[in-house]
Design a protein around this ligand. Structure first.
Ligand code: BGC
Length: 507
């Protein structure tokens, strides 16, 4: 019987907790979210550095020469597997690291995982900034990747767990907000250091140490989440921390619920095996698909390669970095829109609106380039400005939808028993497909030319249909009532749940 299955999900859900937002939670949230700054700074910096002449001349002389040949093909001048490997090696490392991080998160807590993240990241930064050969660059990138994998696993979970239930969406999106701020700061740094010769790129890569140091020092100050303490059987500490972050002694209901969720989680000896069960299928599919689709919007084609992209379509060096700064601002501000709206208008509305806006802008950019940009000409000034405007409209819709929700939805769909394991699949899918796009984009642009934008447009149609038919609304549903209120009610996904029920009844 459904009502008996989720005994902790009792009536009232979110309303029975007294939790309010305390200054302490806000400070912990802000500090933890600096993990997002590391991720974002990196996304922004690699595109900038790979379009700097000093950097190319030192490490990728072939690309450098091709870039400066007058008659080089507009769409192909940056196509170089090694150059792409520089950008994408980080994501491969992060992919593997997220699974290790999931175990550490469960065994040793979210806080320690964040500390480890910052240490790996810092060592990677030192290697990168001091690099004298490609090996140092790539090994540095791999260590940065381990840092990103650890941070992206621990930070969103940390934020979700310290947030009062009714503000979970908004607090979780602090992570994405920091990702966008990181990208924006990186774009400014790219712009400023591009005129410092010949070591501006070293400064750009070295400054990644700032967010990592912030996370390293900050994570010594912040609390561990009550869930993690209780999960590791530190019951008294967990209770005390819960009182502290909620700003009240009346936390019994929430404490009981965490205790109960931990009990259930403890019965699951192998979370990864449990994830493969039929009844975990809906959450697992949604977590992976949200991240895969997030990447197939084509966002990182823009984010990594914005400066390269803008140069390709005929902007000069400074102008293209400046355009990337503009898209960076749009990205940050539009993420704030999501923080405000996500718990009001709901996830599905934001995702579907964005599909419409992204489809129109991708097709328009593709159309403009198809008509105006041949292999060796420049776009006229007026047309180039239109491209930047369209890119901004595209980025804004991504930033209030697939960007934050790609992280939020997977973090709220799993029961505690499979949460860290399930979330590791979400993180690693993100990294895998970020890697694929980073590795393939410049070659795809070389072969598909303007058609690359239609390629992403086609994916946006697929994801829109997916949301319409297969993505349930999770707004305002308490995390531990998801199974009953969402999955068992959904026209398609309920069959997975029903069969589990059937099995139980037939035993
Ligand atoms: C994505 C990144 C992307 C960024 C852009 C994140 O949510 O995971 O791949 O570059 O948003 O703001």
């Amino acid at each position: 019987m459904p009502a008996m299955v989720m005994s902790n999900a009792g009536p009232g859900g979110a309303k029975k907790f007294e939790g309010r937002i305390t200054i302490y939670v806000v400070i912990c949230g802000i500090i933890a979210a600096t993990g997002g700054l590391m991720f974002g700074y990196d996304i922004g910096i690699s595109g900038g550095v790979t379009s700097m002449d000093d950097f190319l001349e030192e490490f990728f002389p072939v690309v450098y020469e091709r870039k400066h040949k007058a008659k080089e093909d507009n769409y192909c001048k940056f196509d170089n597997q090694n150059l792409q490997l520089f950008t994408s090696s980080l994501y491969l490392a992060a992919l593997v690291a997220s699974f290790v991080a999931s175990k550490i998160c469960t065994k040793h807590g979210r806080r320690l995982t964040m500390q480890a993240a910052s240490v790996f990241f810092l060592v990677g930064v030192i290697l990168n900034a001091a690099a004298v050969n490609i090996a140092m660059l790539i090994i540095g990138r791999i260590l940065l990747g381990v840092g990103v994998g650890f941070a992206n696993q621990a930070v969103p979970l940390f934020l979700s767990e310290i947030a009062p239930v009714h503000l979970r969406g908004a607090l979780n999106i602090l992570f994405q907000l920091d990702v966008t701020i990181g990208i924006f700061v990186a774009n400014i740094v790219n712009y400023l250091v591009s005129n410092i010769h010949p070591w501006g790129w070293r400064l750009a890569l070295g400054l990644a140490g700032v967010p990592a140091t912030m996370l390293c020092l900050g994570s010594m100050v912040i609390a561990e989440t009550p869930t993690s303490l209780i999960e590791r059987e530190m019951l008294m500490e967990g209770l005390a921390m819960l009182k502290k972050i909620r700003g009240t002694d009346n936390v019994d209901a929430e404490y009981e619920e965490i205790l109960h969720a931990c009990e259930m989680a403890r019965q699951v000896k192998q979370p990864f095996k449990n994830l493969m069960k039929r009844s975990s299928r809906p959450q697992l599919v949604i977590a992976i698909v949200m991240q895969v689709f997030q990447q197939f919007t084509g966002i990182n084609a823009i984010m990594f390669y914005a400066p390269v992209l803008f140069q390709t379509i005929g902007f000069k060096n400074d102008a293209s970095l400046l355009s990337a700064v503009i898209t960076g601002i749009v990205n940050v501000l539009s993420t704030v829109v999501s923080v405000v709206l996500v718990d009001k208008v709901g996830r599905r509305f934001l995702l579907l609106e964005a599909c419409g806006q992204m489809l129109i802008t991708q097709v328009a950019i593709g159309g403009i380039l198809l008509v105006n940009l041949k292999a060796t000409n420049d776009l006229g000034h007026g047309v180039a400005v239109w491209v930047v405007v369209l890119v901004c409209l595209f980025v804004s819709s991504f930033a209030w939808s697939w960007g934050p929700l790609g992280w939020l939805i997977p973090s709220e769909t799993f029961p505690l028993a499979t949460r860290t394991a399930g979330y590791a699949f979400a993180v690693s899918s993100n990294m895998l497909f970020t890697f694929v796009i980073a590795q393939a984009f410049l070659s795809m642009m070389c072969h598909l030319r303007a058609g690359i934008f239609f390629f992403f447009g086609a994916w946006i149609v697929v994801m829109g249909l997916f949301v319409i038919f297969l993505l349930p609304e999770t707004k305002n549903v308490p995390i531990d009532e998801m199974t009953e209120k969402v999955w068992k009610q959904h026209w398609f996904w309920k069959r997975f749940m029903d069969e589990e029920e059937d099995k139980k009844h037939s035993v």
